[in-house]
Design a protein around this ligand. Structure first.
Ligand SMILES: NC(=O)c1ccc[n+]([C@@H]2O[C@H](COP(=O)([O-])OP(=O)(O)OC[C@H]3O[C@@H](n4cnc5c(N)ncnc54)[C@H](OP(=O)(O)O)[C@@H]3O)[C@@H](O)[C@H]2O)c1
Length: 277
């Protein structure tokens, strides 16, 4: 799979990851969990690593932790979760709980979810990193709305020590191209793209439509691959985290991590296709 370096360390990150919102918020039933185990197996066997969760996603952290422990696959995954609460002590205990649920000693990336009480958590995470304790690797901040992009950019410009920014970006919602990607690139911050399929709604616009012939020029075999490769063609993007609980969809999404990416002319064609849809 294609990889991009995490700017703060140079560690290679495979470009296709997995979101767990909704898809992994399920109970303990073996039948419901089986496809999710398959989704994780496909991700990791294809060379993908990033799995994104949050205490906000109900049982998703626990389900992810159980499935990785059952298969002994923890070491192959890059676990990203979030802190989503106000207050220092509450943040620390929430992060400890996430580590328990994910059944890991080290959470590879902790992100401040939707910038909730971000000054407090950033101070906590920086102090823990400096003191070499806490069991966290990288530090990140997240949001998903276009309205939050200016604040994300302000924080990246003024606060050192942030390794990742996670933001909403898709063919339908392209403001990040102007409002955040140049800042992330200039500041050396890795970019995780959430809602890359616009929560699945991009597909509706092309239901029943054949892929254009020129899609094969950038090795796209499906609409999902065209949507994801459109994003991955931005050099500032480190990885995308489409969510799915469906192994066939995971396989489809993983295909976007291989082969040629759209060049600027092909990206323009993809935008025109969307704008005309
Ligand atoms: N503030 C934040 O930090 C924040 C906010 C939003 C999201 N996120 C993160 O970003 C992740 C992704 O965002 P998202 O879940 O909102 O939306 P998304 O990834 O844009 O879309 C997910 C939807 O697309 C469908 N899908 C995935 N692959 C497909 C394929 N190949 N063909 C057809 N349908 C496909 C899924 O359905 P199936 O399950 O049926 O495949 C699901 O309904 C989240 O899970 C979460 O981890 C973070």
């Amino acid at each position: 799979m294609l990889t991009r370096p995490i700017p703060s360390t140079g560690e290679a990150m495979p470009v296709i990851g997995l979101g767990t919102w909704r898809a992994f918020d399920i109970g303990v039933g073996a039948a419901a969990r089986r496809p999710l185990g398959e989704v994780l197996r496909l991700l990791l066997d294809s060379g993908g690593r990033m799995i994104d969760s949050s205490p906000m996603y109900g049982r998703a952290e626990a389900v992810t932790g159980d499935l990785l422990a059952e298969t002994g696959a923890r070491a192959r995954a890059f676990l990203a979760t979030k802190v989503w609460t106000a207050g220092r002590e509450s943040g620390i205990s929430q992060m400890q709980r996430s580590a328990e649920l994910l059944q890991t000693e080290v959470i590879d990336l902790i992100q401040i979810h939707n910038l909730v009480d971000w000054r407090t958590h950033l101070a906590t995470l920086r102090r823990m990193k400096e003191e070499g304790r806490g069991g966290y690797g990288y530090i990140g901040i997240t949001h998903y709305t276009t309205g939050a992009l200016p604040e994300l950019a302000r924080i990246l410009n003024s606060e050192p020590g942030i390794d990742f920014v996670q933001l909403g970006y898709s063919l339908a919602t392209r403001a990040a191209e102007r409002e955040l990607l140049p800042t992330a690139s200039a500041r050396g911050v890795a970019v995780i793209v959430n809602q890359p399929l616009e929560r699945g709604t991009l597909f509706r616009h092309f239901r029943g439509c054949a892929l254009p012939d020129w899609a094969s020029e950038c090795d796209c075999l499906s609409w999902a691959q065209l949507f994801l490769k459109y994003i991955l063609a931005e050099p500032a993007v480190t990885c995308v985290i489409p969510a799915t609980g469906n192994p066939d969809h995971m396989n489809d999404d993983l295909g976007a991590g291989f082969g040629r990416l759209p060049d600027p002319r092909q990206r323009q064609q993809i935008r025109q296709l969307w704008d005309a849809a």
